[in-house]
Design a protein around this ligand. Structure first.
Ligand code: ABU
Length: 565
């Protein structure tokens, strides 16, 4: 009996397993492929694909293993490298479009590529979802009607920057940017915000590929609080030049973008002639602002894993001993959540389409119907992802917290947070200043009254008095003895004119020393005029008289004897 029971138990188990296997196979047969396109920058200005591609692949596996999402479909991705170059990115998009199967959505990263891809994709009724595009220009719904992103817009950093300027009472700032739409639109937004806060953008510099002159101009124009927006490769060039120009240290504060990998300045770069140590020296004490890209807390996210598990799984896939140099590592949670966002939106779309006896696999580049359904579903997608709460604003943007970090001895330390929603700014007060205190925003101009030394003034006045007395004595002598022959021959009237001129010039000494310690600045205009008149009159009389005497002597010595009489 017992043996029979064991056998029937075994049978039940085997038949159950066989049934499950058959069901799975049956289910597998029915599964249709749903293909998305992927554009990943594996090198170039932002090599975010290095970490974002493995994160996307991981998310695709997780979504496909999730029985409740797109149960009759298997999400599959075809992708290529854009090198963060717009031309190549557009070529990759066209290849994805023209090579079957049809791509129902496109994932993209790197703003300069996404701008081109999102503008072109709308012509094929394609929804574009960016995991790594920060350009504020992409928030323009009229220009990019089918664009969404899990990456927050770069304008998110600006309110945080303004709060820091206000905290340290900086009223004069300078900007330096790489000439790309992503950075131009960020700086324009910053300019508007600082203007509203009563802060002046005193110096604006931009450069295409060589920041040498831009950095020099910052120094020349006495920039102290400098906001730099550029890609990571340009950041190395800018700080190499800042090192050469000595535009760092206790007088300067740099603010740059915080999404570079932690050890970005150590990356070997043949385009600069600075060592990593020199860059570290120039970077000491700078601040970065960046959105908080990893969900804070240990609550499990939509995939069932928390952020620790996510990082652990991603690190295993990256096979990189040092993730701080892997491009796009900070943005990998955004890439992971982008796949979940599109899977949830497609799932919702499929449910809606089924009500109309349609299906996602009927998607066609010329048919707007399914695109509209996906668009509506994307708009209402909300979930807790590894990057935090994922939801899209009317511009397709995300709203997140920002964090401020400072580099000390080559390592970034957190200095504060800013919550855009509640306008809540938290500053830890642990920042370190090279000069012991925050530097002023410009060269301080302290007015100091420079006055003539009283000892010198009075002694000169004494000498002038002696001169004047001597002059008066000579005049009296001239007048009283003018009938004496030798005096009469020496032209006493002209001598008196010379003496009068000298006395007036000596009087000038008294007026010359009258500065703010003796008279009020209100009478300076009159005083200056009087001085000018005195010296001009005294000199004219003195020199004029002397010249007329010399002229007479000259005439006498050069005349013929007869004429002399
Ligand atoms: N956080 C990376 C953003 C890259 C870009 O906007 O091009």
């Amino acid at each position: 009996m017992k043996r029979n029971g064991i056998l029937s138990g075994r049978f039940l188990l085997i038949s159950g397993l066989s049934l499950l296997y058959i069901c799975q196979r049956g289910r597998g047969k029915k599964m249709k492929n749903l293909t998305i396109g992927g554009i990943f920058p594996m090198s170039g200005s932002w090599a975010g694909g290095e970490a974002c591609l493995p994160a996307v692949k991981m998310a695709l596996e997780d979504v496909n293993n999730h029985s409740d999402i797109l149960s009759s479909f298997r999400l599959h991705m075809e992708y290529n490298d854009s090198k963060c170059m717009p031309g190549l990115g557009t070529k990759v998009l066209y290849e994805l479009l023209y090579k079957p199967p049809k791509k129902i959505m496109v994932l993209t990263g790197c703003s300069i590529v996404s701008t081109f891809v999102a503008q072109a994709a709308k012509m094929w009724n394609l929804i574009v979802l960016a995991y790594g595009s920060s350009s504020p220009a992409l928030s323009n719904r009229a220009r990019f009607p089918t664009f969404f992103r899990t990456h927050p817009s770069a304008t998110l950093h600006n309110p945080t920057r303004v709060r820091i300027f206000e905290k340290f009472s900086w009223k004069r700032i300078a900007t330096i940017q790489e000439t790309q739409e992503v950075f131009t639109s960020t700086v324009e937004d910053l300019e508007e915000r600082v203007k509203r806060a009563g802060i002046e953008v005193a110096v604006r510099q931009n450069f295409l590929t060589d920041p040498t002159n831009a950095v020099r101009n910052l120094k020349r124009q006495d920039a102290r609080i400098i906001i730099g927006v550029f890609y990571e490769d340009m950041a190395r060039r800018v700080f190499c030049q800042a090192y050469k120009e000595k535009l760092y240290g206790k007088k300067y504060v740099w603010f740059i973008i915080g999404w570079y990998p932690d050890n970005w300045y150590k990356v070997a770069d043949s385009t600069i002639n600075c060592t990593a140590d020199q860059l570290r020296e120039a970077l000491e004490g700078h601040f970065t602002t960046e959105a908080v890209l990893l969900h804070q807390g240990s609550t499990p996210t939509i995939s069932g894993m928390n952020t620790t598990v996510f990082k652990h799984r991603l690190n295993e896939r990256l096979h990189a001993p040092d993730t701080s140099q892997v491009g796009g590592y900070p943005e990998s949670p955004l890439a992971y959540d982008a796949v979940w966002a599109l899977a949830l939106a497609l799932n919702k779309t499929q449910e809606r389409l089924e009500e109309r006896n349609m299906s996602l696999d009927e998607f066609d580049y010329s048919n707007q119907d399914i695109t509209k359904e996906i668009y509506t579903a994307m708009n209402s997608t909300r979930f807790l992802g590894v990057s935090g709460n994922v939801a899209f604003s009317s511009q397709g943007d995300r709203i997140m917290w920002t964090q401020v970090e400072q580099m000390i001895n080559g390592t970034y330390y957190k200095r504060g947070y800013y919550d855009n929603n509640s306008d809540n700014f938290t500053w830890f007060g642990t920042e370190i200043w090279a000069g012991g205190k925050p530097p002023p925003d410009q060269t301080l101009q302290v007015p100091v009254l420079r006055v003539i030394s009283q000892g010198l003034f009075f002694s000169m006045c004494g000498l002038a008095v002696v001169g004047i007395i001597a002059g008066i004595c000579c005049m009296i002598f001239n007048i009283t003895n003018k009938t004496r022959r030798c005096i009469a021959y020496s032209q006493p009237n002209i001598n008196n004119i010379v003496l009068l001129g000298c006395i007036i010039c000596l009087l000038y000494v008294f007026l010359l020393g009258l500065d703010e310690q003796f008279v009020s600045p209100d009478i300076y205009p009159e005083l200056c005029q009087l001085r000018t008149w005195l010296i001009a009159t005294g000199f004219s009389l003195g020199y004029g008289g002397m010249f007329s005497k010399i002229w007479t002597v000259h005439r006498l010595t050069t005349m013929r004897k007869k004429d002399k009489r």
